[in-house]
Design a protein around this ligand. Structure first.
Ligand code: DC
Length: 233
C-alpha cells in the first residue's frame, strides 16, 4: 500500500469485551503504527492495590498508595510491556480480580490524573493507535481518527462465554452477561471521563462481522484519514 499511515493518531474507545484490543493491534501492525493498550495501565494500578491488600472500595487507601505505584511502559519488538515496580506484569493483570480492581480504580479522579501524563506523552509522539475509554474525549481530543468500537452486551457475553467454556471454565452465560452489564454501567456512569463516544467519533457495532472484516473496515477508515491529511499538507 503506498498511502503512508505512519503519522496518524488513532483513538479507539468502547466498552469491555468489544474486541478493541484485537482489532487495534492488527490494524496498527498493518498500518505501521504503535499499539498502546491504556486499559493495561489501569489494570496495573489495580494489580498493585490487589497485591498490597488494599480493598477495591477503599478509595482513601488507593489514593494514598498511588505515589508508590511505579509504572513503566516499554515497547519490546513493537509490543507493549508494562513494568510495575521493576517487574513485568504479564498476565497477572488479566485475571477476574484484576479486572474488578481496574474498573474500581479507574473511576477515581486521582488515578486518572496519575496516568494522564504518561498517556498524553505517548499521544504527542504520534504514530499510535490507542485504545481505552476516554482516548477520543480526553487523551487525544485532536486525534486524526476516532472510532467507538462496540457490540451489544449480549454479543459480548456470548463471545466471552464461548471463550471461557473452551478454556474449560465452569461459567454461565447469565453470570457473564450480568458482570458485563455491571461493568458497562460503572464505566459509563462514573463522573470522571465516563465511557461515551466523542462527538466526532465513528460508532461501529461489530456484532455481525468476523474479525478480519473489522480490521479491513478500520484500515479503510485509516487509509482515508491518511489521504485527507496528506492532501491538506
Ligand atoms: O480495556 P480494559 O478492559 O483492559 O480496561 C480495564 C479497566 O480500565 C476497565 O474497567 C475500564 C478502565 N479503563 C478506563 O477507565 N480508561 C481507559 N482509557 C482504559 C481503561
Amino acid at each position: 500500500m503506498n498511502i503512508d499511515m505512519t503519522g496518524l493518531t488513532v483513538a479507539i474507545d468502547g466498552p469491555s469485551g468489544a474486541g478493541k484490543s484485537t482489532v487495534a493491534k492488527k490494524a496498527a501492525a498493518v498500518a505501521g503504527l504503535v499499539y498502546v493498550d491504556t486499559g493495561a495501565l489501569y489494570r496495573t494500578v489495580g494489580l498493585y492495590m490487589l497485591e498490597h491488600g488494599i480493598g477495591d472500595e477503599d478509595e482513601e487507601g488507593i489514593v494514598a498508595a498511588l505515589p508508590r505505584v511505579d509504572i513503566r511502559l516499554a515497547f519490546e519488538n513493537g509490543v507493549q510491556q508494562v513494568y510495575l515496580c521493576g517487574e513485568a506484569v504479564g498476565d497477572r493483570i488479566r485475571t477476574e480480580d484484576a479486572s474488578r480492581y481496574a474498573s474500581a480504580v479507574s473511576k477515581l479522579p486521582p488515578v486518572r490524573d496519575f496516568l494522564l501524563d504518561m498517556q498524553r506523552k505517548l499521544a504527542e509522539a504520534g504514530g499510535v493507535v490507542m485504545d481505552g475509554r476516554d482516548i477520543g474525549t480526553v487523551i487525544m481530543p485532536d486525534a486524526d481518527v476516532k472510532i467507538f468500537y462496540t457490540a451489544t452486551a449480549e454479543t459480548r457475553a456470548e463471545r466471552r462465554f464461548r471463550e471461557q467454556r473452551e478454556r474449560g471454565m465452569d461459567v454461565t452465560y447469565e453470570d457473564i452477561l450480568a458482570s458485563i452489564v455491571a461493568r458497562d454501567k460503572q464505566d459509563s456512569e462514573r463522573e470522571t471521563a465516563p465511557l461515551k463516544p466523542a462527538e466526532d467519533a465513528i460508532v461501529f457495532y461489530n456484532d455481525p462481522y468476523p474479525i478480519d472484516a473489522c480490521v479491513c473496515w478500520v484500515l479503510g477508515v485509516l487509509t482515508r484519514a491518511a489521504w485527507e491529511k496528506a492532501r491538506k499538507q
